[in-house]
Design a protein around this ligand. Structure first.
Ligand code: PAF
Length: 284
């Protein structure tokens, strides 16, 4: 049965014990509301490390003032059951006051990478993400940490933080898990009405259409974006927040496709904002 720890002391004891037994540590950081995407991270961590820790913490500092912090789903018992089914060893489930005591003053900023795409739509988001992830790394001290490619910019921000601050954690990036129609799994999919859920497939279809056009030889970024925008405009309830084709490393917009490109998209379906992305490799 997976053990649940809510304090740093309990967590430290479990981790020291695992280390004494010579086990390598894998961390799967989550905000709960776990789904098959998280399960795939846990199962990879299970295969590759000896002691799997899943953190479940809805991190307040990565939500903007008008975002969904208070209504973010928190099905804790169901989450623990999934961690158990995936044979995780420990769930770290701190209270917000433990992570952010009243005198908390230190934040991590990954300049430039934090400001575009999601960062432009959600100012302060990556400051919150980088800060909490560094705290989780400090508390758990994993050798490996598992993240989903679905949050491509988050991965890039954390990679940069790890590199810049010499954080001794190896990041493992796992593929996006999708529903049968292509919609990327997300804890926020459960906000969608039946109609919005049907319409949400436009996100994957728009990305797939870009991939097809690129495979057919299209290299003009504005033309690719225009075609996707038109497709999304035709769908009731769907509103494009951003669609950008950027360099995979710098996240700077590309005018002409070359090298490794990230196609990143955020779309509102009604009040629910969903993100997705694909990677394109353009042979030179
Ligand atoms: O991807 C998430 O669920 C969160 O951003 C993370 C990495 C757990 C930090 O709160």
């Amino acid at each position: 049965m997976v053990v649940v720890a809510t304090t740093i002391e309990e967590t430290g004891t479990a981790i020291s014990d695992a280390r004494r037994r010579g086990l390598s540590l894998g961390l799967v950081p989550t905000m709960g509301a776990l789904h098959a995407g998280h399960a795939s991270l846990m199962s990879r961590a299970r295969r590759e490390t000896g002691f799997v820790v899943v953190s479940i913490f809805v991190n307040p500092t990565q939500f903007g003032p008008h975002e969904d912090l208070s209504r973010y789903p928190r099905p804790f018992e169901k989450d623990v059951a999934l961690c158990d089914a995936e044979s995780a060893d420990l769930v770290f489930h701190p209270r917000p006051e433990l992570m952010y005591p009243p005198a908390f003053k230190t934040y991590v900023e990954v300049h430039e990478l934090q400001d575009m795409l999601e960062g432009a739509s959600r100012p302060g988001h990556f400051r919150g993400v980088a800060t909490v992830v560094l705290k989780l790394f400090s508390i758990i001290q994993p050798e490996f940490a598992y993240f989903g490619q679905k949050d491509a910019q988050q991965v890039r921000v954390i990679q940069q933080m790890v590199r810049d601050l010499n954080v001794p954690v190896k990041l493992v990036v796992c593929p996006t898990i999708r529903e049968a129609d292509g919609l990327a799994l997300s804890s926020r999919n459960q906000y969608l009405s039946v109609e919005e859920r049907k319409n949400a497939v436009v996100i994957f279809n728009a990305l797939s259409d870009i991939r097809k056009r690129v495979e057919a030889g299209e290299r003009n970024v504005p033309a690719l974006i225009r075609a996707a925008q038109e497709r999304i405009d035709k769908v009731a309830d769907a509103r494009l927040d951003y669609l950008a084709i950027v360099d995979h490393d710098t996240l700077q917009p590309l005018q002409t496709l070359t090298g490794r490109a990230l196609v990143a998209i955020a779309v509102f379906l009604g009040r629910t904002r969903l993100i997705d992305n694909i990677l394109l490799e353009i042979p030179s």
